[in-house]
Write a protein that binds this ligand. Structure first.
Ligand code: B12
Ligand code: SF4
Length: 504
């Protein structure tokens, strides 16, 4: 193995964009490349992002680089592009391997059906598993010792269920038990070509430049020094994130990562991809205490939860340099919020959190999920009203709205595939199953395939679980987006086809 190329597959043609698409770097491929470069210094390794490189140019680059191994980062809406990339890889003799959430969830189905995919890496933290995979290709270790590698055998695809974090790389941490994620080296962001790095900044300024008037934005970076969410035991019903267990890096490594992003790409804006920053107030204190005096004024964009937002949290965010927050607001109806998220969520807690951020001058990147189980005309209208309230009060940096997509990794997806489970959830959360016959046909439709049509799944979901039609969800989506856009707020939608959004 002399050359390894890691590519984040860009979103498939015709899929709607979220407001942040192409504005922040795909970190996974850069982090994988960093560990590989450290563990295998003889290998020429590069990371590319198909989200910001046009398809013909990406194909030319892959063919010119002639990788021995082509690793592809695959999400639900980039599966067709990923298969196209794998075909290119096979046509030039590369070994192909898929990773990331969509590939993890459908690993066996993919290997059963797609000859152009040789392996799937099912690790949530993929760096060490991938490095071990390269060792295997170089004949340095047997295949069954590569953690979380899904590979073909006579008995069908199997996954090596071994720990994905090597224990010898752990460092002992302070009061928060261990800082597991310190074992992941600070990413070398220069492993992406300069033109790719520049395009994120250009896209960011095109979309959000007005939020930074009179301020120099010199670079944008993604970082990830904590993962998981306090709701790990009872996640939001639509949340399909593969592993929500809470894991951290030490403050020292957090700030080294910030410095490296400043040095490598001049980053003044950093997107910390921790699934729920508000779930870790003690870690926030440690970050603020550990902040070096000479680190300048980096601005952080973080995920936060409305029900965990307090004046104290906002103070901590101010001290840390948080300039923007991403909140899953999801609904303007308290009953729907309890079904979608949990007992502690309500319209009131959503509004209180938004008011606190508005008073602190922190704009919100918020999203709304339309069509949770039991959605009615009234609840949908309350969400539209809430979206208007958010826009009118100028609280939003961007607003997202879309019909619920039942991710197969989420409770909603499991209900779709398991009618009995769905009936139990219906009696527990007091919602009605509207079409029992259609529900019964779902397992055979979706359990045995690697092709998931997200519009159709969302439509099926709505028919079974909602008291409104999918068309009404689309109308509400369009209404929320146009109201926001007409008032100068950036709008977006995830996991749906763009043609369903009528022009406005
Ligand atoms: C930051 C982020 C973004 C950023 C950066 C995009 C990116 N591709 O990284 C932005 C804002 C641009 C973005 C856009 C989108 N995102 Co996003 N995003 C995230 C977020 C919050 C963190 C991802 C991250 O950086 N993690 C840290 C890095 C280090 O880890 P990683 O990316 O998971 O990669 C590790 C492993 O997965 C594995 N791995 C990954 N790829 C590969 C490849 C190989 C070969 C191997 C061996 C291993 C491997 O090893 C990596 C290193 O540990 C996740 C939520 C989450 N917690 O995962 C959602 C998430 C990945 N996004 C999601 C979605 C839906 C999108 C969009 C499709 C939205 C849309 N338009 O509809 C677009 C996709 C754009 C694209 N094609 O890249 C979903 C994906 C769901 C799914 N199953 O497909 C997630 C899981 C959130 C969710 N539950 O809804 N996103
Ligand atoms: S959607 Fe967000 S808040 Fe809900 S469980 Fe997932 S990470 Fe946690």
């Amino acid at each position: 193995v002399e050359r390894v190329l890691l590519v984040n597959a860009g979103t498939d043609a015709g899929v709607a964009s979220i407001a942040n698409d192409g504005t922040f770097p795909a970190l996974g491929v850069v982090s994988l490349a960093t560990v590989l470069a450290q563990d295998h210094p003889g290998i020429d390794v590069q990371a590319l992002d198909g989200q910001v490189i046009a398809a013909p140019e990406l194909e030319r680059t892959i063919r010119a680089f002639k990788p021995d191994v082509l690793g592809i980062s695959v999400l639900g809406v980039s599966y067709q592009t990923s298969l196209w990339l794998a075909e290119i890889g096979k046509s030039i003799g590369a070994t192909t391997i898929f990773g990331n959430d969509h590939a993890i969830m459908l690993a066996r189905e993919i290997l059963k059906r797609r000859d152009v995919v040789d392996y799937v890496c099912a690790a949530d933290v993929g760096e060490f598993a991938f490095s071990a995979f390269i060792d295997f290709l170089q004949g340095k270790r047997p295949i069954h010792s590569v953690p979380k590698l899904v590979h073909r055998t006579h008995d069908g695809p199997v996954c090596n269920e071994l720990p994905e974090l090597p224990t010898d790389r752990h460092r002992k941490g302070g009061p928060l038990t261990r800082f597991d994620l310190d074992s992941i080296p600070v990413p070398d962001r220069t492993l992406q070509p300069a033109a790719v790095r520049d395009s994120y900044l250009t896209n960011y300024l095109n979309r959000y430049g007005t939020l930074h008037q009179g301020e120099l934005v010199s670079g944008v970076a993604t970082m990830n020094r904590a993962r998981g969410c306090a709701r790990v035991k009872a996640p939001c019903s639509f949340c399909g994130i593969a592993d929500l267990s809470v894991r951290f890096s030490s403050p020292a490594v957090f700030w080294s990562d910030v410095r490296a992003a400043q040095d490598d790409v001049g980053a003044s804006i950093l997107y910390e991809a921790f699934d729920s920053m508000s779930s870790a107030p003690r870690w926030l204190d440690l970050l603020v205490e550990g902040r070096p005096d000479d680190v300048g004024d980096p601005k952080l964009f973080v995920y936060t939860q409305a029900s965990e937002t307090t004046p104290r949290l906002v103070e901590q965010y101010n001290a840390l340099g948080v300039y923007r927050v991403n909140i899953g607001l999801e609904s303007g109806d308290t009953r729907m919020l309890k079904i979608l998220k949990g007992r502690r969520d309500s319209l009131e807690s959503n509004q209180q959190a938004c008011i606190l951020f508005k008073e602190a001058g922190i704009p919100i990147y918020g999203s709304l999920v339309l069509g949770g189980a039991g959605e009615s005309h009234d609840s949908l209208q309350r969400t539209v009203d809430f979206a208007h309230w958010l826009t009118d009060n100028q609280m939003m940096a961007a607003l997202e709205a879309q019909p619920l997509y039942p991710d197969l990794g989420a409770a909603t997806g499991r209900w779709l595939l398991d009618p009995e489970l769905a009936h139990r959830a219906a009696s527990q959360h007091a919602f009605e199953i509207r079409d029992t016959k259609h529900l019964a046909s779902m397992p055979s439709k979706y359990a045995d395939t690697d092709q998931l049509d997200f519009d159709e799944m969302s439509r099926d979901w709505c028919r079974i679980f909602c008291n409104v039609s999918w068309e009404e969800l689309l109308e509400a989506t369009t209404e929320i987006r146009s109201y926001a856009e007409q008032r100068g707020t950036v709008a977006g939608s995830a996991r749906m086809s763009a043609h369903h959004l009528s022009p406005h």
